[in-house]
Design a protein around this ligand. Structure first.
Ligand code: FES
Length: 458
């Protein structure tokens, strides 16, 4: 789908960066510094970014923060790169992959039509060995994800590894992590603090709020001025209970390392305390064709509008039960979108049955309690489902997690001092159950007091 107007009509949270053009399948696409490839393509009206493996259903960006894998492109010759995690650069070359003849019109999507009850590989097998091999090869070709890079990585190039030994490592620079970092730094001024975050800029869920960027900037400035070092684009991939640089560690240090992937290589972080403020992942709701390009998370819709100044669509339908859906609807109108172009559906009344449209989203179908179906036109469906706590890192570290559907999924358990079952490991914010940015920031402040007092620097 291509929008005729430039949707960058709203005020971005900060002035747009330098204008440049990225190469999208041979055509220039206008982009601005500070945007990701996914945001620039969305603003250019490109909704279909990929095809699903196997059934080749059209896929578009959903979360815009690296967690759904619906935006995989071939970028600069490398397959399966997340467009939403790739910052804009003037000479970027982006292509869609795994489709024939194009991602918009993919003949291989016949698989979706031919196997409406799913494809069982076993029923494809024939009694003939040669035919079996051909069929399996064909299915693999059809179901694959991209092709190998244009050129192999240089031989002998091993990413550098470096160690960081700190007093406190905070994982996640959203409302909880940023707030906690600033307060710990002030309560324990001699402590070494490191805040790691996988996104391009600090803020987390604040960036989806109408005035959230200013809150995030203030909290990040507070933290850095108090001595916190913030590592952005730094993804923690796990905790490894190996011995680190033992001689440099304090007696009360956590024995083991956090492995952090950065653009400069691997960082092994050893800390006396770890505070996981990892937030929560955007979720979809169950309705027919909920994977259509144009169905995005409500928080992604908010970031497009409030952070990047991009009008998400010509008509946005906001569905789902959370109060964030209400804030988003009000915020879009306050940001300058005409009220008749924002439709808050539900949130608890009519049932969402299906998305309408194929590669171009046309709207949604709702059903009333009486069973009557009716249609609403929209080119964007923003899903305000309860986000799922990002509890896998604390769980892998030894924290206890339990399923709490009201709080979004598996939540990390803590005591009343925010400490988990794992020694010297703390959790706060949405990772302990989705509460939203304001309550998460308050939890970060409360947890910070306990973390700071557990050190001997206060
Ligand atoms: S991973 Fe890129 S949109 Fe979700």
């Amino acid at each position: 789908m291509a929008l005729t107007d430039d949707p960058r009509v709203l005020a971005p949270a900060v002035p747009r960066g330098r204008s440049c053009a990225l190469d999208f399948e041979g055509s220039p696409v206008r982009a601005f510094g500070g945007e990701s490839v996914a945001v620039a393509l969305w603003a250019a009206g490109v909704r279909t970014l990929a095809r699903s493996p196997k059934f080749h259903r059209p896929r578009g960006a959903f979360c815009f923060e690296g967690h759904c894998a619906s935006c995989l492109l071939r970028i600069d010759g490398r397959p399966n790169v997340r467009a939403c995690m790739t910052p804009i650069r003037a000479d970027l070359r982006c292509e869609r992959q795994n489709s024939f003849p194009s991602a918009e019109v993919d003949l291989l999507a016949a698989a979706d039509w031919m196997f409406p009850e799913q494809m069982n590989h076993h029923t494809l097998l024939t009694g003939n060995r040669v035919a079996n091999r051909l069929l399996i090869s064909l299915v693999r070709q059809m179901g694959g994800s991209g092709t190998l890079p244009d050129s192999p990585p240089p031989t002998g190039s091993v990413p550098p590894v470096r160690d960081e030994i700190v007093d406190v490592c905070i994982v996640g620079a959203g409302p909880a992590g940023l707030t906690a970092a600033g307060i710990i730094a002030r309560l324990a001024p001699r402590a070494q603090l490191l805040l790691v975050d996988e996104q391009a800029e600090p803020g987390g869920s604040w960036l989806a709020e109408p005035k959230g960027f200013a809150l995030a900037t203030t909290a990040a400035d507070d933290a850095t001025s108090a001595g916190v070092r913030i590592l952005q684009r730094a993804a923690v991939i796990g905790f490894f209970s190996e011995d680190g640089a033992e001689s440099d560690l304090r007696a009360d240090a956590i024995r083991g390392t956090l492995a952090v992937i950065t653009s400069d290589g691997l960082v092994r972080v050893m800390a006396r305390r770890i505070l996981y403020a990892t937030g929560a992942y955007d979720q979809n709701l169950p309705f027919h064709d909920n994977d259509r390009p144009g169905v995005i998370s409500a928080r992604a819709c908010g970031r497009l509008a409030f952070r990047h100044g991009v009008q998400p669509g010509r008509r946005v339908a906001i569905v789902g039960p959370t109060t964030y859906g209400d804030r988003l609807a009000a915020g879009l109108v306050s940001a300058g979108i005409r009220a008749d172009r924002v439709c808050r559906v539900g949130p608890r009344g009519d049932r969402l049955v299906a998305a309408r449209g194929a590669t171009t989203l046309r709207g949604l179908i709702l059903a009333s309690d009486a069973g009557r179906e009716f249609r609403i036109a929209a080119d964007v469906i923003a899903v305000a489902a309860t986000p799922a706590p990002a509890s896998e890192l604390p769980r892998q570290h030894g924290a206890e997690v339990v399923l709490d559907e009201d709080l979004g999924g598996f939540v990390a358990l803590t005591d009343d001092r925010y400490q988990t079952k794992a020694a010297r490991v703390y959790c706060c914010g949405d990772v302990t159950g989705y509460v939203g940015p304001m309550a998460a920031a308050q939890a970060g402040a409360a947890a910070a007091v306990h973390v700071a007092h557990s050190l001997d620097h206060t």
